[in-house]
Each structure stands twice: as structure tokens, then as C-alpha cells.
Design a protein. Sequence first.
Length: 215
Amino acid sequence: MSDENRLKLHPDKCKELRISFSKDPVVLDQVILNGKEVEIVESAKLLGVTISNNLTWHAHIKEVVKKASKRLYYLVQLKRARLPVKDLVLFHTSCVRSVMDYAVPVYYHSLPQYLKNELFRLEKRAISIINPGMDYSATGEILNIKPIEEYHNFLCKNLFDNVAKDPNHKLYDLLPQKHNWHHDLRNGHEFEISHFNTNRTKNSFIFAMASKMSS
């Protein structure tokens, strides 16, 4: 099939990620490319996001924390070099926080609290390096850094608003059906939210945000 579409696949560079929630084990034949078996993996990185075969986000957050933690070393060195606070903040937001913010709408509503706490602790470490002894709640006003939970909610809402307002957006067709109110109801819910069979669906970006907008 790939050859018919003029797409050449290299067996050493391809991975097979099997996702199944069946209670009974599913036996599948291994994929063969050019006479070589494709490696089966438990997680794979796609556009910088680590996707696990159980569709949980522990592996991805682990990678995020690991990558951002390494960059805190450079923040410490800049602090020791006595850079102005505004420059430390600039480095943090562009090199550390950007790692923690990347692709947040994809997974944020599916994160259990203990994984959100991992990101929160990392953010507190960065703030303590920039300005030791500062109360984290004061970072917004003093350092002009939005608290990470507040900013991640902002990123999700901003993307969802863009989707909902643009019928040509790639994600627009995934939106739940909108209510067709005949009267101007002050508390009218915008989307028709149906019953979800799994929390995985309920906590996906589109449905989680649509539920918020309709609550």
C-alpha cells in the first residue's frame, strides 16, 4: 500500500504502537516491511508528544519534566552570573516554560492531579531560582508570569474559542452539536453534551472544553 502511494518505509525507522482496551488479549500478526519485522513499542513520540499504548500521559509528562529540569541548570548558571531578574524571566518563559506549555490542549484535561503537581513543582523550582523566597502566588504581579495552571487553562480556552468560531478550522467538525435555542436564555448551554461511556472520551480536549462552555 505504501509503495502504491510512492511512500517508502524504512523498517529500522518504523515502530508499531498497538492500542487496545479489549478485556481479552488480541493476537495480531507482526507487521513485516521488506522482509523485516517492525519493532513493537509501548510508547512513541509524535510531533514532540509521547503517545503511550494505554493512552495515559505518565510517559509524556516524565519526558517534559526531564527536559525542562535540564534547562533549569542553565537558569541556575545565569542566576549565579547575576543577570537581571527580567532576563531570568525571559529565559524561563522561552526555554523552560515553553517545554511545559507545548501541546498542552492535547492532554491537559486528561492529566490526573499527581501529574499536574509534577508540572507545578517544576514551576515552583524555577521561580525559587529566579527570586528565592518569593511566594508563588505573587509571581503573576511581580514577575509577570501567569501561574502554570491558569495559563494552561487559558491555552485550552483560547484554542477552543478559535475552533468554535471558525467553521473552516480542522477541528471544527469534531465539536458537539450546538443547541438551537429559540429564545435568548441567559444561562443557555451552547453545546449538546451527551453521556460519555468512558472518562477517556469525557476528558478529551474537545468534549472537556465543550462541557465547560456548557456548564
